[in-house]
Design a binder for this molecule. Structure first.
Ligand code: CA
Length: 422
């Protein structure tokens, strides 16, 4: 870490940690960052890992307008993993340093910029573990209704944040083609999946984490939340339906998970912090170890877009709101560690499919087409029950709040291919 970073700053628990880096008046000398539609204004400062054109070295960087600021040459940052492992106060202090660097021009500072369009964007860090939750009550209710109409939710749902351990090795960065997987799609048949689906999710990267045997209390959970990204938990529904009992998802999920390259930090999300949606009446309150006094939700609008081989202009097929989740990211982190399970810097958590109450808020094709019984009609006359080869799914995300600069997530995209990996 560079020596110019102050050692600490004060975090006020239970309040928004808003400072000068969130001021809507703040502008950058990187002119493209000041455009009102820009996803990466100076108030955002998302982290990623990139390569400069023609170079082998991977570098930690910060997206600003249509440029990437090289954090290794500007601040001596070795890697994004090193930033994630820092205590929250240090990360807040670093954000202030970066904000000032990008708002007050110093001679030669532009030498640390690379055009976003020319850079190769990589996975942000080496992901040690990946856990995918199931935190949307709307999603769980829709899927449960399809398979168990009389009793859609299992009795544990409103008590315990449900999750399964995914496969970190199959997480890929946006733009990586997604090969249609083969598997046991029904009894007696091994073949290419016929029911390939996406799941619109929020990903969360873990910051410092905990020692094995030392659970993270709910009041400290967000200290271990580095930031969030878009996440597509590609799913083969036929493989899933055949294999999932009694131990849950396995090969239906771990062939690929796509994430966006930019991690929007917890600090950048502060203006969009809110109370979670109220629980339905008569639902049990969270147990004490999951009970949050501070507003622990974030208003993040997610969108899924679809482009097909015959439809080059993508269309939006669903949109939903992260604040509608039944469990917050803090509750997921605390629950995950409640038995002493260690979380490490760079571990990835998925929220589970983010769906909402209306049809257009359904976060996967399984829900949107109701298991294929109500196919999606596209404007060019095509229909979809599930994804076809050549389809590209594109996720977007945006945060807006009165009095603050809107920030975006970039995109997480993947095209379905039917080719074997070479
Ligand atoms: Ca999922």
């Amino acid at each position: 870490m560079p020596c110019c970073i102050p050692p600490s700053c004060i975090i006020l628990p239970g309040t928004r940690n808003i400072d000068q880096t969130h001021s809507p008046q703040l502008e950058s000398w990187v002119a493209s960052a000041n455009h009102p539609d820009c996803e990466f204004p100076i108030q955002n400062l998302p982290w990623g890992t990139f390569r400069k054109p023609g170079q082998e070295q991977s570098l930690p960087g910060i997206a600003i307008g249509d440029r990437i600021l090289d954090a290794s040459s500007a601040f001596g940052v070795e890697s994004l993993a090193a930033v994630m492992a820092q205590p929250r106060e240090r990360r807040i202090a670093l954000r202030r340093v970066i904000s000032r660097y990008l708002s007050e021009y110093q001679t030669g500072a532009d030498r640390n910029l690379t055009a976003l369009a020319e850079a190769e964007l990589l996975l942000p860090c080496s992901i040690g573990d990946f856990t995918d939750f199931y935190a949307s009550l709307h999603h769980a209710t829709n899927v449960g209704t399809m398979f168990r109409p009389a009793d859609p939710l299992f009795p544990n749902y409103k008590w315990v944040p449900i999750a399964y351990h995914g496969r970190a090795s199959s997480v890929v960065v946006s733009g990586t083609p997604v090969r249609r997987p083969s598997g046991q799609i029904r009894q007696g048949q091994f073949a290419r999946t016929e029911r390939l689906d996406y799941e619109l999710e929020l990903g969360a990267f873990i910051g410092p984490g905990n020692q094995q045997g030392a659970p993270i209390p709910i009041a400290e959970a967000e200290d271990h939340l580095f930031g969030v990204c878009l996440l597509n938990d590609w799913s083969a529904r036929d493989i899933q339906a055949w294999e999932y009992q009694p131990l849950g998802p396995f090969l239906a999920k771990n062939f690929a998970t796509t994430i966006s390259p930019w991690i929007v930090t917890l600090e950048a999300l502060e203006p969009f912090r809110c109370d979670p949606e109220p629980r339905p009446p008569r639902d049990p309150p969270p147990l004490d170890y999951l009970s949050q006094t501070a507003p622990g939700a974030f208003r993040i609008a997610l969108e899924a877009w679809l482009r097909t081989a015959q439809m080059p202009e993508p269309i939006r097929i669903s949109h939903s709101q992260v604040a509608s989740l039944y469990w917050t990211l803090g509750q997921m982190i605390t629950h995950h560690t409640s038995n002493g399970c260690p979380l490490k810097p760079g571990d990835l958590i998925g929220s589970g499919t983010v769906s909402g109450p209306q049809k257009e808020n359904r976060g996967c094709l399984l829900e949107l087409t109701w298991r294929g019984t109500d196919p999606l009609s596209l404007p060019n006359g095509e229909t979809r029950q599930f994804l076809e080869d050549g389809d590209e799914v594109i996720f977007r995300g945006r945060c807006e709040a009165p009095g603050y600069r809107s920030i975006g997530f970039g995109s997480a995209r993947g095209m379905i291919t039917n080719e074997s990996a070479s």
